[in-house]
Design a protein around this ligand. Structure first.
Ligand SMILES: Cc1cc2nc3c(=O)[nH]c(=O)nc-3n(C[C@H](O)[C@H](O)[C@H](O)COP(=O)(O)OP(=O)(O)OC[C@H]3O[C@@H](n4cnc5c(N)ncnc54)[C@H](O)[C@@H]3O)c2cc1C
Length: 271
């Protein structure tokens, strides 16, 4: 089933065909201008973690009238990218502009080749005096085509050890960064793409969060993305069940059947 057909079947807004992430950027800017991004955190401070109820409400609102790709774009930034920046570089413009909805931040962890096996990632960061150089490819990165900043997980030395990785905060227009949109019709609006990093030179202050702390930081903050994914999934279930009930009630004989109502009730309880 295509994303458009699927969206219509479950009462979701249809994705915008052929876009490359622009609706996500617009939504992000709207949320920032209305101070909705800060409101998703305890006391409005991302370093204190997400305010679960507020985040759930925000994702429910987005799910109601924005395509899935736009919700995904916001979800990654709200749950992981901004809290990670708040913990590591609380005074950086990327965080400040991100919270205001003026900047989009991509979280580039998944590497070409190794996928979910993060400790097999090949992207490297090599310190060179007051500078550092990054080389590698990140695949399937949400917000890649629209990002102002890329949070790149990179290997500082060879081998699978847990302490072999750093985070590097890279401006998306740095020479050597090339973004290729992912060849998919799914999640349109999310700006999902592949990021090629060829001899990208940054100041050593772009290495954030402490040497060797890349994976511990990733684990702590990706856990919140899983929580946000759960909140989003709940919103999707509620929306689909409401649409299903409206559809069934509109076809009187169907809603009158005991078996149909029982199946519906079971789904409702499960959700
Ligand atoms: C729309 C979209 C958006 C994304 N956004 C981001 C993003 O913003 N940032 C980012 O860093 N990444 C992102 N990703 C990448 C995503 O995190 C990866 O797709 C995921 O980690 C899996 O990697 P892979 O696709 O290479 O699959 P693989 O690692 O190749 O795995 C393929 C299958 O094998 C299974 N498998 C793998 N290893 C094992 C094992 N040891 N034992 C048993 N089963 C195993 C997996 O569960 C999976 O079912 C995105 C992906 C998509 C599709």
């Amino acid at each position: 089933m295509s994303e458009t057909t699927l969206s219509r079947a479950v009462g979701a807004p249809a994705p915008v065909p052929g876009d490359a992430g622009a609706p996500a950027r617009t939504t992000w800017a709207e949320l920032g201008a209305a101070d909705r991004i800060r409101a998703a955190y305890r006391d409005g401070r991302p370093e204190r973690g997400v305010a679960v109820e507020a985040l759930g409400e925000l994702l429910t609102e987005l799910d109601a009238d924005r395509p899935a790709g736009v919700v995904l774009s916001a979800c990654v930034q709200l749950a992981t990218a901004l809290p990670l920046l708040a913990e590591t570089v609380p005074r950086h413009e990327a965080l400040h502009d991100g919270l205001a909805g003026r900047a989009v931040i991509a979280l580039a962890a998944t590497d070409s080749g190794s996928g979910s096996d993060l400790t097999g990632a090949q992207t490297t960061v090599r310190r060179d005096g007051s500078e550092a150089e990054i080389n590698g490819t990140k695949r399937w990165i949400t917000n890649a085509t629209t990002a102002d900043w890329l949070l790149v997980l990179a290997r500082r030395r060879a081998g699978p050890h847990f302490t072999n990785f750093d985070w590097v905060l890279v401006a998306a227009d740095t020479p050597g960064v090339r973004v290729e949109p992912a060849d998919t019709d799914l999640f349109t609006g999310s700006g999902v793409g592949h990021v090629h990093l060829d001899g990208v030179r940054v100041g050593s202050d772009a290495l954030i969060g402490g040497s060797g702390r890349g994976l511990p930081l990733f684990l702590r903050h990706i856990a919140v993305e899983r929580l946000a994914g759960g909140l989003w999934a709940t919103a999707v279930c509620r929306r689909v069940l409401s649409a299903t009930r409206r559809w069934l009630v509109g076809r009187e004989p169907l809603w009158e059947r005991e078996g149909v109502r029982l199946d519906y009730a079971r789904a409702l309880v499960r959700a």
